[in-house]
Design a protein around this ligand. Structure first.
Ligand code: AMP
Ligand code: ZN
Length: 469
Protein backbone atom coordinates (compact mmCIF):
# COMPACT_ATOMS: atom_id res chain seq x y z
CA UNK A 1 0.00 0.00 0.00
CA UNK A 2 1.28 3.44 -0.90
CA UNK A 3 0.40 6.72 0.80
CA UNK A 4 1.27 10.27 -0.14
CA UNK A 5 3.38 11.71 2.66
CA UNK A 6 3.28 15.51 2.98
CA UNK A 7 6.71 15.30 4.65
CA UNK A 8 8.43 13.94 1.55
CA UNK A 9 5.81 15.16 -0.92
CA UNK A 10 5.89 11.69 -2.41
CA UNK A 11 3.92 8.50 -2.46
CA UNK A 12 5.72 6.10 -0.17
CA UNK A 13 5.29 2.42 0.58
CA UNK A 14 3.37 2.15 3.84
CA UNK A 15 5.41 0.25 6.42
CA UNK A 16 3.94 0.45 9.93
CA UNK A 17 6.20 0.80 12.95
CA UNK A 18 4.82 -2.46 14.33
CA UNK A 19 3.81 -5.23 12.02
CA UNK A 20 0.06 -5.63 11.73
CA UNK A 21 -0.70 -2.49 13.72
CA UNK A 22 -1.44 1.08 12.76
CA UNK A 23 -1.48 4.06 15.10
CA UNK A 24 -3.36 6.98 13.63
CA UNK A 25 -4.19 10.45 14.96
CA UNK A 26 -6.69 12.68 13.18
CA UNK A 27 -7.12 16.28 14.33
CA UNK A 28 -10.74 16.73 15.29
CA UNK A 29 -13.07 19.72 15.30
CA UNK A 30 -13.28 22.70 17.60
CA UNK A 31 -16.68 22.28 19.18
CA UNK A 32 -18.40 25.67 19.26
CA UNK A 33 -21.10 25.04 16.66
CA UNK A 34 -22.66 22.32 14.52
CA UNK A 35 -19.98 20.90 12.25
CA UNK A 36 -20.05 21.91 8.60
CA UNK A 37 -19.64 19.83 5.49
CA UNK A 38 -15.96 20.86 5.22
CA UNK A 39 -15.29 19.32 8.65
CA UNK A 40 -16.98 16.14 7.44
CA UNK A 41 -14.39 15.60 4.72
CA UNK A 42 -11.46 14.56 6.96
CA UNK A 43 -13.87 12.54 9.11
CA UNK A 44 -15.15 10.58 6.14
CA UNK A 45 -11.96 10.12 4.15
CA UNK A 46 -9.80 9.09 7.10
CA UNK A 47 -12.54 6.83 8.43
CA UNK A 48 -12.52 5.15 5.03
CA UNK A 49 -8.73 4.82 5.15
CA UNK A 50 -9.10 3.24 8.57
CA UNK A 51 -11.79 0.83 7.38
CA UNK A 52 -9.63 -0.20 4.45
CA UNK A 53 -6.60 -0.84 6.65
CA UNK A 54 -8.78 -2.87 9.02
CA UNK A 55 -10.06 -4.82 6.06
CA UNK A 56 -6.44 -5.56 5.14
CA UNK A 57 -6.02 -7.04 8.62
CA UNK A 58 -4.32 -4.18 10.47
CA UNK A 59 -5.39 -3.47 14.02
CA UNK A 60 -5.91 0.28 13.83
CA UNK A 61 -5.67 2.39 16.95
CA UNK A 62 -7.54 5.51 15.86
CA UNK A 63 -7.46 8.64 17.99
CA UNK A 64 -9.32 11.83 17.18
CA UNK A 65 -9.69 14.74 19.58
CA UNK A 66 -12.29 17.33 20.40
CA UNK A 67 -10.82 20.80 20.89
CA UNK A 68 -13.02 21.98 23.74
CA UNK A 69 -11.08 25.01 24.93
CA UNK A 70 -10.82 27.81 22.41
CA UNK A 71 -11.57 31.51 21.92
CA UNK A 72 -14.68 30.78 19.85
CA UNK A 73 -16.13 28.47 22.52
CA UNK A 74 -15.49 31.05 25.22
CA UNK A 75 -17.06 33.81 23.12
CA UNK A 76 -20.20 31.78 22.56
CA UNK A 77 -20.38 30.81 26.24
CA UNK A 78 -20.18 34.46 27.25
CA UNK A 79 -22.88 35.38 24.74
CA UNK A 80 -25.19 32.74 26.18
CA UNK A 81 -24.12 33.43 29.74
CA UNK A 82 -23.16 29.80 30.39
CA UNK A 83 -20.01 27.92 31.28
CA UNK A 84 -17.81 27.06 28.22
CA UNK A 85 -18.24 23.36 29.03
CA UNK A 86 -21.98 23.72 28.37
CA UNK A 87 -21.18 24.86 24.84
CA UNK A 88 -18.49 22.25 24.17
CA UNK A 89 -20.50 19.36 25.61
CA UNK A 90 -23.55 20.40 23.58
CA UNK A 91 -21.62 20.43 20.32
CA UNK A 92 -19.65 17.29 21.09
CA UNK A 93 -23.00 15.51 21.46
CA UNK A 94 -24.25 17.04 18.20
CA UNK A 95 -21.01 16.17 16.40
CA UNK A 96 -21.29 12.56 17.54
CA UNK A 97 -24.81 12.41 16.12
CA UNK A 98 -23.57 13.72 12.77
CA UNK A 99 -20.67 11.27 12.72
CA UNK A 100 -23.02 8.39 13.43
CA UNK A 101 -25.34 9.48 10.63
CA UNK A 102 -22.33 9.65 8.30
CA UNK A 103 -21.43 6.12 9.42
CA UNK A 104 -18.06 7.30 10.76
CA UNK A 105 -16.77 4.65 13.14
CA UNK A 106 -16.26 5.59 16.76
CA UNK A 107 -12.59 6.40 17.39
CA UNK A 108 -10.67 4.03 19.65
CA UNK A 109 -10.19 7.07 21.89
CA UNK A 110 -11.86 10.44 21.52
CA UNK A 111 -10.02 12.65 24.04
CA UNK A 112 -11.01 16.18 25.01
CA UNK A 113 -8.38 18.87 25.49
CA UNK A 114 -9.75 20.03 28.85
CA UNK A 115 -9.23 16.55 30.31
CA UNK A 116 -5.57 16.44 29.32
CA UNK A 117 -4.23 19.64 30.89
CA UNK A 118 -1.80 17.82 33.25
CA UNK A 119 -0.08 16.16 30.32
CA UNK A 120 0.17 19.50 28.55
CA UNK A 121 1.78 21.16 31.58
CA UNK A 122 4.23 18.28 31.78
CA UNK A 123 5.26 18.55 28.12
CA UNK A 124 5.57 22.34 28.31
CA UNK A 125 7.84 21.95 31.37
CA UNK A 126 9.99 19.45 29.44
CA UNK A 127 10.29 21.95 26.58
CA UNK A 128 11.33 24.68 29.02
CA UNK A 129 13.86 22.35 30.67
CA UNK A 130 15.33 21.42 27.31
CA UNK A 131 15.69 25.05 26.23
CA UNK A 132 12.94 24.95 23.60
CA UNK A 133 10.54 27.21 25.46
CA UNK A 134 10.65 30.25 27.75
CA UNK A 135 8.37 32.04 30.17
CA UNK A 136 7.60 35.71 29.52
CA UNK A 137 7.08 38.23 32.32
CA UNK A 138 3.30 37.85 32.35
CA UNK A 139 3.54 34.07 32.61
CA UNK A 140 2.95 33.29 28.92
CA UNK A 141 5.06 30.34 27.79
CA UNK A 142 6.38 30.52 24.22
CA UNK A 143 7.96 27.89 22.04
CA UNK A 144 11.33 29.08 20.77
CA UNK A 145 10.77 28.21 17.14
CA UNK A 146 14.35 28.79 15.98
CA UNK A 147 15.60 26.31 18.60
CA UNK A 148 14.11 23.49 16.53
CA UNK A 149 16.42 23.19 13.58
CA UNK A 150 14.03 21.20 11.43
CA UNK A 151 11.18 23.69 11.75
CA UNK A 152 9.48 24.02 8.38
CA UNK A 153 10.18 20.44 7.23
CA UNK A 154 6.50 19.53 6.87
CA UNK A 155 5.24 22.70 5.20
CA UNK A 156 8.49 23.00 3.24
CA UNK A 157 8.94 26.54 4.45
CA UNK A 158 12.22 28.20 5.15
CA UNK A 159 12.52 29.66 8.65
CA UNK A 160 13.77 32.97 7.35
CA UNK A 161 10.91 33.36 4.89
CA UNK A 162 8.26 32.61 7.46
CA UNK A 163 5.84 35.24 8.53
CA UNK A 164 3.95 34.71 11.71
CA UNK A 165 0.21 34.33 11.26
CA UNK A 166 -2.76 32.08 11.61
CA UNK A 167 -4.66 31.17 14.69
CA UNK A 168 -1.52 29.84 16.36
CA UNK A 169 -0.61 33.30 17.43
CA UNK A 170 -2.83 34.06 20.30
CA UNK A 171 -3.12 37.65 21.23
CA UNK A 172 -2.16 37.77 24.87
CA UNK A 173 1.45 38.74 25.52
CA UNK A 174 2.32 38.82 21.87
CA UNK A 175 4.69 41.69 22.36
CA UNK A 176 6.67 39.68 24.88
CA UNK A 177 7.86 37.23 22.28
CA UNK A 178 11.57 37.05 21.70
CA UNK A 179 10.96 36.31 18.02
CA UNK A 180 7.82 36.79 15.89
CA UNK A 181 8.03 33.11 14.90
CA UNK A 182 7.59 31.92 18.47
CA UNK A 183 4.20 30.53 19.34
CA UNK A 184 2.15 30.17 22.51
CA UNK A 185 2.22 27.03 24.63
CA UNK A 186 0.47 28.47 27.67
CA UNK A 187 -1.20 31.83 28.23
CA UNK A 188 -2.47 33.72 31.26
CA UNK A 189 -6.18 33.80 32.02
CA UNK A 190 -8.32 36.74 31.08
CA UNK A 191 -11.52 37.91 32.72
CA UNK A 192 -14.36 35.49 32.00
CA UNK A 193 -12.14 32.71 30.66
CA UNK A 194 -11.68 29.18 32.01
CA UNK A 195 -8.26 28.61 33.55
CA UNK A 196 -6.08 26.00 35.20
CA UNK A 197 -3.26 26.23 37.72
CA UNK A 198 0.24 25.87 36.29
CA UNK A 199 3.82 26.56 37.41
CA UNK A 200 3.81 29.76 35.28
CA UNK A 201 0.44 31.38 35.81
CA UNK A 202 -3.25 30.57 36.05
CA UNK A 203 -4.18 30.16 32.43
CA UNK A 204 -4.90 27.84 29.55
CA UNK A 205 -2.98 25.97 26.88
CA UNK A 206 -2.29 27.12 23.33
CA UNK A 207 -3.99 25.08 20.64
CA UNK A 208 -1.07 23.07 19.22
CA UNK A 209 0.14 21.46 22.43
CA UNK A 210 -3.07 19.46 22.89
CA UNK A 211 -2.50 17.21 19.88
CA UNK A 212 1.16 16.56 20.74
CA UNK A 213 0.09 15.48 24.23
CA UNK A 214 -2.98 13.42 23.34
CA UNK A 215 -1.16 11.65 20.54
CA UNK A 216 1.67 10.70 22.92
CA UNK A 217 -0.65 9.60 25.69
CA UNK A 218 -2.91 7.39 23.60
CA UNK A 219 -0.59 6.24 20.82
CA UNK A 220 2.99 6.66 22.07
CA UNK A 221 5.89 8.94 21.16
CA UNK A 222 6.15 7.65 17.62
CA UNK A 223 3.06 7.03 15.52
CA UNK A 224 2.36 5.82 12.01
CA UNK A 225 -0.13 8.33 10.61
CA UNK A 226 -1.08 11.85 11.54
CA UNK A 227 -3.85 13.37 9.48
CA UNK A 228 -6.11 16.38 9.02
CA UNK A 229 -7.18 18.99 6.52
CA UNK A 230 -4.50 20.70 4.44
CA UNK A 231 -5.04 24.00 6.26
CA UNK A 232 -3.50 22.32 9.31
CA UNK A 233 -0.12 21.70 7.65
CA UNK A 234 0.99 25.15 8.71
CA UNK A 235 1.19 26.23 11.42
CA UNK A 236 -0.67 23.53 13.41
CA UNK A 237 1.11 20.37 12.30
CA UNK A 238 4.46 22.10 11.88
CA UNK A 239 4.16 23.26 15.48
CA UNK A 240 3.06 19.83 16.69
CA UNK A 241 6.22 18.36 15.15
CA UNK A 242 8.38 21.03 16.78
CA UNK A 243 6.81 20.35 20.20
CA UNK A 244 6.76 16.56 20.07
CA UNK A 245 10.14 15.98 18.49
CA UNK A 246 11.90 18.50 20.75
CA UNK A 247 10.23 17.06 23.86
CA UNK A 248 10.50 13.34 23.02
CA UNK A 249 13.68 13.27 20.92
CA UNK A 250 11.97 10.96 18.41
CA UNK A 251 10.32 11.28 15.04
CA UNK A 252 6.70 12.17 15.83
CA UNK A 253 4.74 10.67 12.92
CA UNK A 254 5.99 8.63 9.99
CA UNK A 255 3.31 9.57 7.48
CA UNK A 256 1.46 12.89 7.29
CA UNK A 257 -1.79 12.74 5.32
CA UNK A 258 -3.80 15.83 4.41
CA UNK A 259 -7.17 16.13 2.72
CA UNK A 260 -7.88 18.83 0.17
CA UNK A 261 -10.47 21.50 0.80
CA UNK A 262 -14.16 21.35 0.09
CA UNK A 263 -15.49 24.42 -1.69
CA UNK A 264 -19.07 25.33 -2.44
CA UNK A 265 -19.99 26.36 -5.98
CA UNK A 266 -16.27 26.80 -6.60
CA UNK A 267 -15.95 29.32 -3.79
CA UNK A 268 -14.43 29.06 -0.35
CA UNK A 269 -17.03 28.16 2.26
CA UNK A 270 -18.04 31.27 4.10
CA UNK A 271 -20.92 32.13 6.38
CA UNK A 272 -20.98 35.77 5.35
CA UNK A 273 -21.08 34.88 1.64
CA UNK A 274 -24.05 32.59 2.35
CA UNK A 275 -22.41 29.48 0.93
CA UNK A 276 -22.11 27.51 4.11
CA UNK A 277 -23.82 24.26 5.07
CA UNK A 278 -23.82 22.27 8.25
CA UNK A 279 -24.23 18.50 8.09
CA UNK A 280 -27.65 19.07 9.63
CA UNK A 281 -28.65 21.35 6.71
CA UNK A 282 -27.76 18.60 4.25
CA UNK A 283 -29.59 15.95 6.26
CA UNK A 284 -32.85 17.82 5.73
CA UNK A 285 -32.64 17.13 2.03
CA UNK A 286 -30.56 13.97 1.70
CA UNK A 287 -29.78 10.76 3.45
CA UNK A 288 -26.26 11.45 4.77
CA UNK A 289 -25.03 8.34 2.99
CA UNK A 290 -25.30 10.47 -0.13
CA UNK A 291 -22.93 13.04 1.36
CA UNK A 292 -20.50 10.28 2.28
CA UNK A 293 -20.71 8.84 -1.21
CA UNK A 294 -20.19 12.31 -2.70
CA UNK A 295 -17.01 12.83 -0.63
CA UNK A 296 -15.61 9.48 -1.73
CA UNK A 297 -16.22 10.18 -5.40
CA UNK A 298 -13.05 12.32 -5.41
CA UNK A 299 -9.53 11.53 -4.31
CA UNK A 300 -9.07 12.82 -0.75
CA UNK A 301 -6.17 15.09 -1.68
CA UNK A 302 -7.97 16.83 -4.55
CA UNK A 303 -9.99 19.95 -3.98
CA UNK A 304 -13.67 19.04 -4.04
CA UNK A 305 -16.50 21.21 -5.22
CA UNK A 306 -19.91 20.89 -3.62
CA UNK A 307 -23.00 21.85 -5.62
CA UNK A 308 -26.66 20.84 -5.85
CA UNK A 309 -26.01 19.14 -9.21
CA UNK A 310 -23.10 17.11 -7.90
CA UNK A 311 -25.16 15.99 -4.91
CA UNK A 312 -27.94 14.86 -7.24
CA UNK A 313 -25.40 12.92 -9.26
CA UNK A 314 -24.10 11.34 -6.04
CA UNK A 315 -27.64 10.41 -5.05
CA UNK A 316 -28.21 8.69 -8.40
CA UNK A 317 -24.89 6.88 -8.17
CA UNK A 318 -25.60 5.54 -4.70
CA UNK A 319 -29.15 4.59 -5.72
CA UNK A 320 -27.70 2.46 -8.51
CA UNK A 321 -25.79 0.36 -6.00
CA UNK A 322 -28.67 0.16 -3.51
CA UNK A 323 -31.12 -0.87 -6.23
CA UNK A 324 -28.80 -3.54 -7.52
CA UNK A 325 -28.40 -5.06 -4.03
CA UNK A 326 -32.14 -4.93 -3.52
CA UNK A 327 -32.70 -6.74 -6.84
CA UNK A 328 -30.18 -9.39 -5.90
CA UNK A 329 -32.00 -9.97 -2.59
CA UNK A 330 -35.26 -10.25 -4.47
CA UNK A 331 -33.80 -12.76 -6.93
CA UNK A 332 -32.21 -14.71 -4.13
CA UNK A 333 -35.51 -15.35 -2.38
CA UNK A 334 -36.83 -17.15 -5.43
CA UNK A 335 -33.62 -18.79 -6.58
CA UNK A 336 -32.89 -22.50 -6.40
CA UNK A 337 -30.71 -23.37 -3.42
CA UNK A 338 -27.89 -24.94 -5.44
CA UNK A 339 -24.13 -24.54 -5.48
CA UNK A 340 -22.52 -22.53 -8.27
CA UNK A 341 -22.56 -24.21 -11.64
CA UNK A 342 -19.37 -24.45 -13.67
CA UNK A 343 -20.56 -21.58 -15.80
CA UNK A 344 -21.34 -19.46 -12.76
CA UNK A 345 -17.93 -20.19 -11.30
CA UNK A 346 -16.38 -19.02 -14.54
CA UNK A 347 -18.48 -15.85 -14.48
CA UNK A 348 -17.66 -15.23 -10.84
CA UNK A 349 -13.97 -15.02 -11.75
CA UNK A 350 -14.83 -11.83 -13.62
CA UNK A 351 -16.60 -10.45 -10.55
CA UNK A 352 -13.47 -11.09 -8.53
CA UNK A 353 -11.39 -8.93 -10.85
CA UNK A 354 -13.38 -5.95 -9.55
CA UNK A 355 -12.23 -6.72 -6.01
CA UNK A 356 -8.65 -6.62 -7.29
CA UNK A 357 -9.38 -3.32 -9.01
CA UNK A 358 -10.88 -1.94 -5.84
CA UNK A 359 -7.89 -3.05 -3.76
CA UNK A 360 -5.41 -1.64 -6.25
CA UNK A 361 -7.18 1.71 -6.18
CA UNK A 362 -7.22 1.81 -2.39
CA UNK A 363 -3.60 0.65 -2.20
CA UNK A 364 -2.73 3.65 -4.33
CA UNK A 365 -3.03 6.33 -1.65
CA UNK A 366 -6.68 5.50 -0.90
CA UNK A 367 -7.96 6.39 -4.33
CA UNK A 368 -11.64 6.14 -3.45
CA UNK A 369 -12.68 7.65 -6.79
CA UNK A 370 -11.30 4.62 -8.64
CA UNK A 371 -12.48 2.27 -5.89
CA UNK A 372 -16.05 3.52 -6.33
CA UNK A 373 -15.70 2.98 -10.10
CA UNK A 374 -14.79 -0.64 -9.39
CA UNK A 375 -17.99 -1.00 -7.35
CA UNK A 376 -19.96 0.42 -10.29
CA UNK A 377 -18.37 -2.10 -12.64
CA UNK A 378 -19.34 -4.85 -10.26
CA UNK A 379 -22.92 -3.53 -10.14
CA UNK A 380 -22.98 -3.51 -13.91
CA UNK A 381 -21.69 -7.07 -13.90
CA UNK A 382 -24.46 -8.08 -11.48
CA UNK A 383 -27.18 -6.35 -13.49
CA UNK A 384 -25.98 -8.08 -16.66
CA UNK A 385 -25.19 -11.56 -15.39
CA UNK A 386 -27.55 -12.32 -12.53
CA UNK A 387 -31.12 -13.22 -13.46
CA UNK A 388 -34.04 -15.55 -12.63
CA UNK A 389 -32.04 -18.56 -13.81
CA UNK A 390 -29.12 -17.91 -11.47
CA UNK A 391 -28.58 -20.14 -8.47
CA UNK A 392 -28.67 -18.87 -4.90
CA UNK A 393 -24.97 -19.40 -4.18
CA UNK A 394 -23.95 -17.35 -7.19
CA UNK A 395 -26.36 -14.50 -6.39
CA UNK A 396 -25.25 -14.50 -2.77
CA UNK A 397 -21.58 -14.39 -3.71
CA UNK A 398 -22.07 -11.46 -6.10
CA UNK A 399 -24.16 -9.58 -3.57
CA UNK A 400 -21.67 -10.21 -0.76
CA UNK A 401 -18.95 -8.65 -2.88
CA UNK A 402 -20.91 -5.48 -3.55
CA UNK A 403 -21.86 -5.18 0.11
CA UNK A 404 -18.31 -5.88 1.29
CA UNK A 405 -16.70 -3.27 -0.97
CA UNK A 406 -19.38 -0.72 -0.09
CA UNK A 407 -18.89 -1.51 3.57
CA UNK A 408 -15.16 -0.75 3.33
CA UNK A 409 -16.22 2.68 2.06
CA UNK A 410 -18.62 2.94 5.00
CA UNK A 411 -21.58 2.92 2.62
CA UNK A 412 -24.72 1.15 3.75
CA UNK A 413 -26.21 -0.22 0.55
CA UNK A 414 -28.52 -2.86 1.93
CA UNK A 415 -31.78 -1.53 3.29
CA UNK A 416 -32.82 -2.78 6.70
CA UNK A 417 -35.77 -4.66 5.33
CA UNK A 418 -33.44 -6.35 2.88
CA UNK A 419 -31.47 -8.28 5.41
CA UNK A 420 -33.22 -11.55 6.02
CA UNK A 421 -33.25 -13.50 9.24
CA UNK A 422 -31.28 -16.30 7.62
CA UNK A 423 -28.56 -13.86 6.58
CA UNK A 424 -28.32 -12.49 10.10
CA UNK A 425 -28.01 -16.02 11.48
CA UNK A 426 -25.33 -16.86 8.92
CA UNK A 427 -23.33 -13.74 9.78
CA UNK A 428 -23.61 -14.46 13.50
CA UNK A 429 -22.36 -17.98 12.84
CA UNK A 430 -19.43 -16.60 10.84
CA UNK A 431 -18.66 -14.15 13.64
CA UNK A 432 -18.55 -16.97 16.19
CA UNK A 433 -16.16 -18.88 13.97
CA UNK A 434 -13.99 -15.80 13.42
CA UNK A 435 -13.80 -15.30 17.19
CA UNK A 436 -12.84 -18.90 17.72
CA UNK A 437 -10.08 -18.47 15.16
CA UNK A 438 -9.05 -15.27 16.98
CA UNK A 439 -9.79 -13.24 13.86
CA UNK A 440 -11.19 -10.38 15.91
CA UNK A 441 -10.93 -7.90 13.06
CA UNK A 442 -13.41 -9.95 11.02
CA UNK A 443 -15.59 -10.54 14.06
CA UNK A 444 -15.77 -6.79 14.70
CA UNK A 445 -16.39 -6.13 11.03
CA UNK A 446 -19.40 -8.46 11.11
CA UNK A 447 -20.73 -6.84 14.28
CA UNK A 448 -20.41 -3.41 12.58
CA UNK A 449 -22.08 -4.65 9.41
CA UNK A 450 -24.99 -5.98 11.43
CA UNK A 451 -25.16 -2.81 13.52
CA UNK A 452 -25.35 -0.78 10.33
CA UNK A 453 -28.39 -2.86 9.41
CA UNK A 454 -29.97 -2.16 12.76
CA UNK A 455 -29.23 -5.61 14.16
CA UNK A 456 -28.24 -5.60 17.81
CA UNK A 457 -26.22 -8.51 19.17
CA UNK A 458 -26.24 -9.66 22.73
CA UNK A 459 -23.72 -12.20 24.00
CA UNK A 460 -25.50 -14.33 26.59
CA UNK A 461 -24.65 -17.52 28.42
CA UNK A 462 -26.94 -19.43 26.10
CA UNK A 463 -25.19 -17.98 23.05
CA UNK A 464 -25.64 -14.96 20.84
CA UNK A 465 -29.09 -13.42 20.74
CA UNK A 466 -30.12 -10.73 18.31
CA UNK A 467 -32.89 -8.28 17.70
CA UNK A 468 -33.77 -5.55 15.26
CA UNK A 469 -33.33 -1.98 16.51
P1 AMP B 1 -11.49 22.93 12.68
O1 AMP B 1 -12.63 22.71 13.61
O2 AMP B 1 -11.56 24.21 11.92
O3 AMP B 1 -10.15 22.73 13.38
O4 AMP B 1 -11.57 21.80 11.56
C1 AMP B 1 -11.64 20.42 11.81
C2 AMP B 1 -11.12 19.68 10.62
O5 AMP B 1 -11.87 20.02 9.44
C3 AMP B 1 -9.66 20.01 10.26
O6 AMP B 1 -9.00 18.80 9.87
C4 AMP B 1 -9.79 20.96 9.09
O7 AMP B 1 -8.65 20.92 8.27
C5 AMP B 1 -11.00 20.39 8.37
N1 AMP B 1 -11.68 21.37 7.50
C6 AMP B 1 -12.21 22.56 7.87
N2 AMP B 1 -12.78 23.16 6.80
C7 AMP B 1 -12.62 22.34 5.73
C8 AMP B 1 -13.00 22.40 4.34
N3 AMP B 1 -13.69 23.42 3.84
N4 AMP B 1 -12.66 21.36 3.55
C9 AMP B 1 -12.01 20.30 4.03
N5 AMP B 1 -11.60 20.18 5.32
C10 AMP B 1 -11.91 21.19 6.18
ZN1 ZN C 1 -4.25 18.77 15.91
Amino acid sequence: MKVFNTLSRQKEEFVPLQEGKVSMYVCGPTVYNLIHIGNARPMIVFDTARRYMEHKGYAVNYVSNFTDVDDKIIKKANEEGVDPSVISERYIAECRKDMKALNVKEATTHPKATEEIDGMIEMIQTLIDKGHAYVAEDGTVYYKTRSFKEYGKLSHKNLDDLRSGGRALLVSGEDQKQDPLDFVLWKPKKEGEPYWESPWCEGRPGWHIECSVMSKKYLGEEIDIHAGGEDLIFPHHENEIAQSEAANGKEFAKYWLHNGFLNIDNKKMSKSAGNFFTIRDISEKYDLQVLRFFMLSAHYRSPLNFSADLMEAAKNGLDRIVTSVSNLNFLMEKAADVPMTGEEQQLFKEAETYITKFDEAMDDDFNTADAVSAIFELVKFANTNVNEQSGKAFIQAVKDEIVMLSDICGLIVEKKADILDAQVEALIQERQEARKAKNFARADEIRDTLAAQGIILEDTREGVKWKRA
